[in-house]
Design a protein around this ligand. Structure first.
Ligand SMILES: Cc1cc2nc3c(=O)[nH]c(=O)nc-3n(C[C@H](O)[C@H](O)[C@H](O)COP(=O)(O)OP(=O)(O)OC[C@H]3O[C@@H](n4cnc5c(N)ncnc54)[C@H](O)[C@@H]3O)c2cc1C
Length: 237
């Protein structure tokens, strides 16, 4: 569908993460027409956005796989028990190709409104690229963790150093040379070998202890900040 074209489908699905892709596959199986809109420039949702070093599943890869098709399960080989992000993204792309999902997925498109007309019994869905789609159903496969939450640390607005959000990690390699991590997620620490001396064994122990107590819960602690050694301001956590 070209931008701005008005069209009709049975179902509009918002989001092309694992949930949205599976939904599209199921809807096709039910003989329904569907259109998926995805804000990102690729499929995979969580694994498209969260590219930070050390990102990987915390349940076993086999359990994280789709189980709707035995053939798919048999043909895909995970290289590690807890797969890294790049492999999960490969898997998402493999599924999209294997089931020819892409022809109904429009990337780089954010749904910005969905209005229900009770008389017509239909939704009108609009996007930031000017699409207008009429649908009988709308499925919000937007995930529960797809909106990055920047912490409200005092001084963040005026912080002069570089800072990164794991959920919006740059696609290109990040060079930490000359930087010193101020606060890091545990999963991340393992990938910051060069900084272990800077962080110090005591700090690593402190973070491990906090994590064990539940303080370092990955859902609330998905942030890493770095500050330049030359920077006059620094964030504490
Ligand atoms: C860092 C991280 C690690 C995780 N690790 C695990 C794990 O190990 N095991 C586990 O079971 N779960 C894990 N999760 C949970 C994970 O979110 C789910 O497992 C699963 O990937 C969610 O899939 P989803 O399709 O529901 O949502 P998502 O993967 O979040 O996909 C939602 C998609 O919707 C898109 N979207 C949102 N709003 C709009 C809009 N208005 N218009 C268009 N597109 C939109 C987003 O861009 C996104 O691509 C993790 C989550 C995170 C963030």
């Amino acid at each position: 569908m070209a931008d701005g074209v008005y069209s009709e489908v049975d179902v509009v699905v918002v989001g092309a993460g694992f949930g949205g892709m599976y939904m599209l596959h199921r809807l096709r199986g039910l003989g329904m027409t569907a259109k998926v809109f995805e804000a990102g420039s690729g499929v995979g949702g969580t694994w498209f956005w969260n590219r930070y070093p050390g990102a990987r599943v915390d349940i076993q890869s086999l359990e994280y796989s789709f189980s709707f098709d035995e053939k798919l399960e048999r043909e895909w080989r995970w290289s590690e028990r807890y797969a890294p992000q790049a492999e999960l993204l490969d898997y998402a792309n493999h599924v999209a190709d294997r089931y020819d999902l892409r022809r109904d997925i429009q990337l780089d498109t954010r749904v910005n409104a969905a209005h229900f007309d009770e008389t017509a019994n239909r939704w009108t869905v609009t996007t930031d690229r000017g699409d207008t789609v009429s649908a009988r159903h709308v499925v919000m496969a937007t995930g529960c963790l797809s909106i990055p939450q920047a912490p409200k640390f005092p001084g963040l607005e005026s912080f002069k150093g570089k800072w990164y959000h794991t959920g919006q990690w740059p696609h290109e390699k990040v060079d930490f040379t000359g930087d010193k991590p101020g606060c890091a997620l545990l999963r991340f620490l393992g990938r910051l070998e060069p900084f272990k001396a800077d962080i110090g064994t005591g700090e690593v122990d402190r973070l491990l202890t906090l994590a064990a107590l539940g303080f370092g819960n990955w859902r609330s602690g998905r942030h890493v900040f770095t500050h330049s050694l030359n920077s006059s301001s620094a964030l504490e956590c």
